[in-house]
Design a protein around this ligand. Structure first.
Ligand SMILES: [Mn+2]
Length: 305
């Protein structure tokens, strides 16, 4: 039995270093996300877009860019995601930059505490997003959401959802990582975050990587996927603000999504950092929709169930 799906658009680039991710939700709609999901028999409601402050494009203040605005957007998203989960629905967050992972995942974590579920977060990304104001020169908060969710950051962000920390590092599996700042790397090691970087995927293959990342889940697991589109190799996904060469190929990304689908445990999803201003004829949005389709069980294999 598939959960009914709710699409939540969050049109902001408030935490990013480049403008344009604010157009991501509409690009995913234009690429046919709702119809594709419905073609697989899913019941889908598009809740439209959340509202929030505009992007003032200011330099950092005390190490953070746009902190009040980031808090406003993430608080609104936390409430929206939590509401959908409480209704027994599967929220798909259409970002928006990846700072929104704070609002989304804090809500998922709260739902898991309330329902006694075990949380597993798969963080698909080129970056660890584990920076703090002390470690990052830019102050862009889209590089900090995992650290903030684990309790490292300003109280306004670590306290979203009323429980600090929102999650502990042991629930997170990061996949596809290939760009980490030196100080951030030390901090990731210090807290014991489990990272399957591109070197690991190169050496062990995507199949083994996903087997490891999905290990230990059971029927009581709530699986959340936070999909930063810059996870993908920029050759196939140019429409992001922070491209890093050497990401997963089309086939590797498909296998990743298919193995997640095979678990049957996917219960919430973020699709982040799609930047139509940098895309080529919406091809990155179309690729994202194609991969989301695989996450929801489109099989490219001739395999029988
Ligand atoms: Mn990210």
């Amino acid at each position: 039995m598939n959960l009914p799906v709710s699409l939540i658009g969050v049109p902001t680039d408030i935490g990013a270093g480049a403008r344009g991710a604010s157009m991501g939700p509409e690009a995913l709609r234009v690429a046919g996300l709702q119809a594709v999901l419905e073609s697989h028999g899913l019941q889908v409601i598009d809740r439209g877009n959340l509202g929030g402050p505009s992007n003032p494009w200011q330099p950092p203040v005390d190490g953070y860019r746009h902190l009040p605005e980031v808090v406003a957007w993430n608080t609104a998203l936390h409430d929206a995601v939590h509401t959908e989960l409480a209704r027994g629905r599967l929220p798909i967050v259409l970002g928006g930059d990846h700072c929104l992972g704070m609002g989304s995942i804090s809500a998922v974590a709260r739902h898991c505490r309330e329902t006694g579920k075990q949380l597993r977060v798969l963080w698909l990304d080129a970056h660890a997003d584990f920076n703090t104001a002390e470690l990052t020169p830019s102050g862009n908060i889209h590089g900090m959401p995992v650290a903030c969710l684990c309790g490292h950051g300003p109280a306004e962000l670590t306290g979203i959802g009323g429980h600090t920390p929102a999650i502990t590092p042991d629930v997170v599996r990061q996949i596809g990582i290939r760009s980490v700042d030196p100080g951030e790397k030390r901090f990731v090691h210090e807290v014991g975050l489990e990272v399957f970087d591109m070197r690991y995927i190169d050496e062990m293959g995507m199949r083994h990587t996903m087997e490891q990342a999905l290990m230990g889940m059971d029927e009581n697991t709530h699986l959340h996927v936070s999909f930063d589109v810059d996870f993908l190799d920029p050759e196939i996904a140019p429409g992001v603000g922070t491209t890093v060469p050497g990401g997963p190929t089309y086939r590797e990304a498909q296998l990743c999504m298919e193995m997640i689908a095979d678990t049957g445990r996917l219960a919430s999803l973020d699709v982040m950092e799609l930047n139509p201003a940098l895309d080529v004829r919406n091809r990155t949005a179309e690729l994202a929709v194609d991969l989301i389709e695989s996450l929801f069980g489109k099989s490219t294999l001739m395999r029988k169930k």
